[in-house]
Design a protein around this ligand. Structure first.
Ligand code: SF4
Ligand code: FES
Length: 151
């Protein structure tokens, strides 16, 4: 099997002493765990909106780990890589994607990708599969409506 690529360094890099934060905008579902967790670092009104120098590197990493979609990752200069959850969990969001955490290998158009957190498309409409890109909102997809069966 081909060795999977690491998702960690996908997206735009925001570097400060001790840590680089990576942000992949298309995977962000605006859950705002980051903004609530460290508003002085993750501030949508500021430019750049991520300023990791405004907190201790390990505190920034801890908030990044709460990002459910995998839009955020980090590399610590002198610290370990993020450890995947020991148990893989899959939680459906109402009218939205599947939130997956664990030691994941995703099959993507670019090849295999190693991940620890991801929001995976459940509506079928994403242009960025397997990731959710927010299309479910635009098309008004409802998870509790069953497809009609023809008889
Ligand atoms: S926690 Fe992740 S998904 Fe939520 S707003 Fe921040 S970057 Fe986006
Ligand atoms: S579930 Fe979000 S784009 Fe399909």
């Amino acid at each position: 099997m081909t060795r999977p690529a690491d998702a960690t360094t996908s997206g735009r890099a925001y570097t400060a002493p001790g840590i680089t934060v990576y942000y992949d905008a298309v995977r962000c579902r605006h859950v705002a765990n980051c903004v609530r967790g460290l508003p002085q670092v993750f501030d949508p009104q500021a430019r750049p909106w991520i300023q990791p120098a405004h907190a201790e590197a390990e505190a920034v990493a801890a908030v990044v780990r709460t990002c459910p979609t995998g839009a955020l990752h980090y590399v610590l200069e002198a610290g370990p890589a993020e450890t995947p959850d020991p148990t893989t969990t899959i939680s459906p969001l109402p009218d939205g994607p599947l939130i997956v955490r664990g030691d994941l290998t995703l099959i993507t158009p670019q090849g295999l990708v190693r991940e620890v957190r991801a929001a995976l498309c459940r509506c079928g409409g994403s242009s960025h599969k397997p990731y959710c890109d927010g299309t479910h909102d635009k098309i008004g997809w409802k998870s509790d409506v069953q497809p009609s069966s023809e008889s």
